[in-house]
Design a binder for this molecule. Structure first.
Ligand code: SF4
Length: 376
């Protein structure tokens, strides 16, 4: 069995960004109680997974860096005490550039976090204001250089594109500034107006209009071209790395259907064929743990059909493509025979290519990944 991953969700933000649909609250006064609940959850759950090893930990949110370094240290120690964590592993902590300084970053690095994911989002202050971020462009530069000084040699920058008011020129400026910093990894996502967000509500009353998928193509195109020229490989639709070794090992577990455990409110876990998720409410999450109960809200045993579909959907988003030999090993099914007609149609339409046992999206198909994956 491949080593699994651990995700820990920290559900606090200083301010809610208008586009965000991650579970997070601004009730910062609950941080201490939350950390106590999280430590209880780890203690309750860990004994069930004593025979498993883990080589990635991802502290995400929310804004993990809103916790004190002492609180993050307690979480780190608890993880390492209760789970078989392989070293050297990939240990990522997400940070909002408005919430870090050199001393905090140095303590995090000393603890053992060895990858920093910085939510830059844009290098234009007017965009950051529109996105309702708490930081400025200067904060990104300061955060990045402080992280380097603290010893982070693996840094990801998150960017957002295709949102109202952005132009290709402004986006190119963001990309140039990103490249000038030489991060090891870059993620770049198109903005989606998810139900329940402020942006979605503003769309419903005609205040904002999201870009449609055709309008977002030039942004994705310029992104791929500029990153490729700068030496980054787009190994997943929205993710770029300077080398194979620098690809995000934790996220690759999601895309390759490898097991992971999730902790914290709203976190998901997956050990094939079972997926479960925690309460999507900090209050319910903490109440369960006060009663020494696992804070699980739902558990689902995925059917073979769902597992196959998810596998195809996720693997087609990877540059490497779908490995038909691996598909056969996992599902005892011949993918090429099962979908022969669809595969022939997509190859003839120039949307996918076949190279030995791999089927992957073509340059044209890259922009229609979701539609193509859904056709299987
Ligand atoms: S900082 Fe991140 S998690 Fe928090 S509200 Fe903004 S986008 Fe969401």
């Amino acid at each position: 069995m491949n080593p699994a991953g651990i995700y820990i969700h920290i559900p606090f933000c200083q301010k809610k960004c208008g586009y965000c649909d991650f579970y997070s609250l601004t009730r910062l006064q609950d941080r201490d109680n939350f950390v106590q609940a999280l430590l209880t959850e780890i203690e309750l759950v860990a004994p069930k997974y004593r025979d498993m090893t883990f080589d990635t930990i991802y502290l995400g949110g929310g804004t993990p860096t809103l916790l004190t370094t002492d609180q993050i240290s307690l979480i780190w120690e608890s993880m390492n005490h209760h789970f078989n964590i392989e070293k050297p592993g990939e240990f990522t902590i997400e940070a909002n550039p408005g919430t870090i300084d050199l001393s905090k970053l140095s303590r995090l690095r000393e603890l053992g976090w060895n990858r920093l994911s910085l939510g830059a989002q844009s290098f234009n202050d007017s965009d950051l204001e529109f996105l309702e971020r708490i930081h400025t462009v200067q904060d990104i530069f300061d955060g990045f250089w402080n992280a380097r000084q603290a010893g982070f040699t693996n840094i990801n920058l998150d960017l957002i594109t295709a949102f109202p008011g952005i132009t290709v020129d402004k986006f190119e400026n963001s990309l140039n500034q990103t490249i000038s910093l030489k991060p090891e990894h870059i993620s770049c996502y198109s903005l989606i107006f998810e139900k329940g967000t402020q942006f979605y509500n503003r769309w419903q009353i005609g205040e904002l209009e999201p870009m449609n998928s055709d309008e977002s193509v030039p942004y994705l195109d310029v992104c791929r071209r500029m990153f490729s020229t700068a030496g980054y490989t787009g190994y997943e639709i929205s993710n770029f790395a300077r080398s194979q070794k620098l690809r995000c090992k934790h996220n690759l577990k999601y895309w390759n259907h490898i097991a992971y455990l999730g902790f914290g409110p709203s976190a998901h876990s997956f050990i094939s064929p079972v997926r479960w998720k925690n309460h999507h409410s900090l209050t319910k999450y903490m109440d369960s743990l006060k009663k020494m109960q696992q804070p699980m809200a739902e558990e689902e045993i995925l059917s073979q059909q769902t597992l196959e579909f998810e596998y195809v959907f996720l693997r087609l988003r990877l540059r490497e493509g779908l490995d038909t030999h691996d598909f056969k090993k996992r599902f005892k099914n011949n993918f090429l025979n099962k979908y022969e007609k669809n595969i022939t149609r997509l190859i003839e339409a120039g949307m996918i290519e076949q190279n030995r046992q791999y089927l992957r999206l073509s340059e044209r198909g890259w922009f229609l990944a979701d539609e193509i994956a859904s056709s299987f």
